[in-house]
Design a binder for this molecule. Structure first.
Ligand SMILES: NC(=O)c1ccc[n+]([C@@H]2O[C@H](COP(=O)([O-])OP(=O)(O)OC[C@H]3O[C@@H](n4cnc5c(N)ncnc54)[C@H](O)[C@@H]3O)[C@@H](O)[C@H]2O)c1
Ligand SMILES: C[C@@H](CO)CCC[C@@H](C)[C@H]1CC[C@H]2[C@@H]3[C@H](O)C=C4C[C@@H](O)CC[C@]4(C)[C@H]3CC[C@]12C
Length: 410
């Protein structure tokens, strides 16, 4: 079944059974060094600094962590190009080190801007995207950024001779699907009917497919393009705007948040630092393991516990003074669905006047209410990934961030 869904991502975006290509080649043994060990045989010294990396979306929630992780853990880095529609002021502080940090204000929907940024890069880590499940942007805009933007990155690699492309995909390429089927402790090979209607998952699925299909294409200079897609589940950590939105919502409600989702509905979540680390490690290993890793997808995972979305958030918001009130008896699911639908109607009615984009809408309620948990070690088997941050460390860092940014530190 081919990829359907109109150019704007409207209609059903019907994917094939979401299974990554079967693994080829022997799974690699445990010969990798400890996470963070620099690429094998690389001395951390000036003469090894010869690589140029480009990170698109480098000023985003994930992108910033990828940029900082590269500066800490890629000793071969000569130049780090940070490409984003909106450049962050924090970039200036990065320009004092041994690596040349080049900030590029640009738009991935503009092919010429992408080509100029990619030219001369050895590796592209493509995280730029419109992460919108709240109706802030039109389906057309989501498609333009997430699909056309990815096409522009791929073509820029081919035209300029960049051989290695790491794409930030998403769990939503797989699910939850429009039928609300749970994905329980699944992995990259678990059969699952990936059927989407929402523009965001449709766009991520189309973009991921383009990246994987580009693996092996000849780039300028005659060598082959090696691509790989990483599928984070719900990312959390320093800089997570939705976490801040929940915290502000709780403060407005007198320190309380109201449970709307049964605790039995489990989600996988992954710490942003571990997602960034996986991106860096893939970029470091992709050349030596092109035959095994090229064209593959990998879920991003760590030791974060399986919990409902709301209970998981309380791991951080509880220590910041909020408590979760169980209101499922008061707010049955049908009433939640009605509220979500009213939000969608209000958004549509108010759109000519203002942007009304609450967290709760029919799509986010459906996703929140569907179990989606990942259990895999494919990244460890293929390129020796191990989480850099433990659950305890990830939790502490996130709590400290919420406390610091909200001034609620004890
Ligand atoms: N946040 C999550 O839970 C999550 C989970 C899975 C996958 N992802 C994926 O990770 C990537 C990063 O997501 P995020 O959560 O950091 O989002 P984010 O919105 O914080 O970051 C996205 C960045 O891309 C930039 N960008 C957007 N449109 C652009 C354009 N046209 N040209 C150039 N730059 C543009 C934005 O300015 C922003 O800095 C996305 O591709 C997203 O689909 C996110
Ligand atoms: C019922 C509501 C009131 O408590 C709870 C609404 C929660 C939703 C806002 C979030 C529940 C699941 C989240 C999504 C999931 O974590 C994975 C995602 C994939 C990623 O690529 C982008 C973000 C997201 C869609 C994420 C967005 C927020 C939720 C829908």
């Amino acid at each position: 079944m081919g990829q359907e869904g109109g150019a704007s991502g409207r209609g059903r975006c019907v994917g094939r059974l979401a299974q990554a290509p079967r693994e080829e080649g022997p799974s690699s043994g445990g010969q990798f060094g400890h996470p963070g060990t620099v690429a094998a045989g690389m001395a951390d010294s000036a003469e090894t600094r010869k690589l140029v990396y480009l990170v698109t979306g480098g000023c985003g929630f994930l992108g910033e962590h990828v940029v900082r992780m590269l500066l800490q853990r890629e000793p071969r880095l000569y130049e780090l190009r940070v490409f984003d529609l909106h450049l962050g002021p924090w970039l200036e502080e990065l320009k004092t080190g041994p690596v040349q940090v080049t900030a590029i204000q640009g738009d991935v929907t503009q092919a010429h801007e992408v080509a100029a940024a990619v030219a001369g890069a050895h590796v592209v880590i493509h995280t730029a995207g419109l992460v919108d499940v709240f109706g802030r942007a039109s389906p057309e805009t989501i498609y333009e950024v997430n699909v056309q933007g990815t096409k522009n990155v791929i073509e820029a690699c081919v035209q300029t001779g960049t051989r290695f492309l790491v794409y930030t995909s998403s769990m939503e390429v797989v699910g939850p699907n429009i039928k609300g089927h749970p994905f329980y402790r699944g992995n990259e090979d678990t059969p699952y009917e990936a059927i989407h209607r929402h523009p965001y998952p449709c766009s991520k699925a189309q973009a991921e497919r383009l990246v994987l299909e580009a693996n092996g294409r000849k780039v300028h200079g005659g060598l082959s393009l090696v691509t790989c897609a990483l599928r984070p589940t719900g990312i959390y950590g320093e800089g997570h705007q939705i976490m801040r939105d929940f915290y502000h919502q709780g403060l407005r409600l007198g320190g309380r948040l109201f449970r709307a989702i049964p605790a039995s509905v489990e989600h996988s979540r992954v710490y942003v630092g571990n997602v960034a680390w996986m991106h860096v490690l893939v970029a470091q290993e992709l050349e030596q393991r092109a035959a095994l890793m090229g064209g593959q997808v990998y879920f991003c995972y760590d030791e974060s516990p399986y919990k409902s979305y709301e209970d998981f958030n309380m791991e951080f918001l509880g220590p910041c003074g909020l408590r979760l009130v169980d209101t499922r008896l008061l707010v049955p699911y049908w009433l939640l669905m009605l509220l979500a639908t009213l939000n969608a109607l209000l958004q549509w009615l108010l759109r000519p006047l203002l942007l009304y984009a609450p967290l709760l809408n029919p799509y986010t309620l459906a996703v929140a209410n569907t179990t989606f948990t990942v259990s895999t070690n494919k990244a460890q088997r293929h390129f020796g990934y191990k989480p850099l941050f433990s659950w305890e460390d990830s939790r502490t860092r996130t709590i400290r961030w919420v406390q610091a940014v909200e001034g609620s530190a004890p």
